[in-house]
Design a protein around this ligand. Structure first.
Ligand code: ATP
Ligand code: MG
Length: 264
């Protein structure tokens, strides 16, 4: 059995390959010591492959040898495989790993280059949501955000131009959270939650669009657990990308790219 583990800032992603096929699992990074005990107890005879920011911590505490790889290389290997499986045939693209934080990469079929990062990511989504509304649970944030109205919080271009012709589409956000002091209405918890998701989605998409432009491609691939069952965020990413004539792809199981690619 081969086990690939991507131990990130928030979640430990695990890919298990055995004769029956492939299984994916995830654990909160706060339970890292429990995961280590389980590996020492039940998986010492298996081949373990590690990557991610907390890989070294795990390797130090295991009482058997493992293979480690650099997070960005492992993620690219896994992503390449997942793109192929999803019949997404891209020869030139940018990809964004929206994890706790976000990292940006430009890629061809055979290689990738990390071109930057942003502290705005999934940790921003959960942290800011919690500060504003007391709701920090990822799934609950998304569920409640579905009933929210961004117009109560965000300032759109058409708000500023007030019905007159604007040089850019009126539906674009002019200022995330910028309508709070303008709007007569108060913003509900739901409105605030969808605005937080909008802030993260639009920040990473704006960066992706610029990077794609500079790399002469329209293809932007998004991975990372922040997008997991997160229709609210992916809808915003797709709509914004479309407005800018770029093509966004969210890869199925993309959050397991690192775990899968660690197995080499
Ligand atoms: P990094 O790569 O930045 O070190 P990571 O690998 O842990 O972090 P991901 O697992 O890709 O990052 O994404 C973490 C984000 O996914 C969280 O910040 C949160 O927004 C979201 N998320 C999705 N499911 C969960 C969950 N069950 N528990 C906590 N966060 C979740
Ligand atoms: Mg990660």
């Amino acid at each position: 059995m081969k086990i690939g583990i991507d131990a990130g800032g928030t979640l430990i992603k695990v890919a298990i390959l055995d004769k029956d096929g492939r299984t994916f699992k995830k654990y909160p990074s706060s339970e890292i010591d429990g995961v280590i005990s389980m590996l020492n107890k039940d998986y010492a005879r298996d081949e373990i492959y590690l990557t991610g920011g907390k890989a070294e911590y795990i390797a130090e505490k295991l009482n058997f040898d493992v293979t480690s790889s650099i997070e960005f290389d492992a993620t690219f290997r896994g992503l390449t495989q997942l793109l192929k499986e999803a019949d997404m045939d891209l020869d030139r693209y940018v990809y964004l790993n929206v994890g706790t934080g976000t990292s940006f990469h430009q890629a061809t079929r055979n290689s990738q280059k990390r071109v930057g990062g942003s502290g705005v990511g999934g940790g921003t989504m959960t942290g800011l949501s919690y500060l504003l509304t007391g709701i920090g649970d990822f799934d609950k944030i998304i569920e409640r955000a579905k009933d929210g109205l961004r117009d109560n919080v965000d300032l759109k271009v058409h708000h500023i131009y007030n019905g007159r012709p604007s040089p850019i589409p009126g539906d674009l956000t002019a200022s995330n959270f910028g309508n709070i002091l303008n709007a007569q209405k108060t913003a509900s918890a739901e409105d605030q939650l969808i605005a937080v998701i909008g802030l993260v989605a639009e920040t990473v998409t704006a960066m992706a669009i610029n990077l794609a432009d500079a790399f002469d491609t329209k293809n932007m691939v998004f991975i990372g657990s922040t997008l997991l069952n997160n229709e609210v965020m992916t809808d915003i990413i797709y709509r914004y990308s479309e407005l800018k004539n770029a093509r966004a792809f969210v890869v199925p199981n993309g959050e397991y790219s690192g775990a899968l690619g660690a197995i080499s």
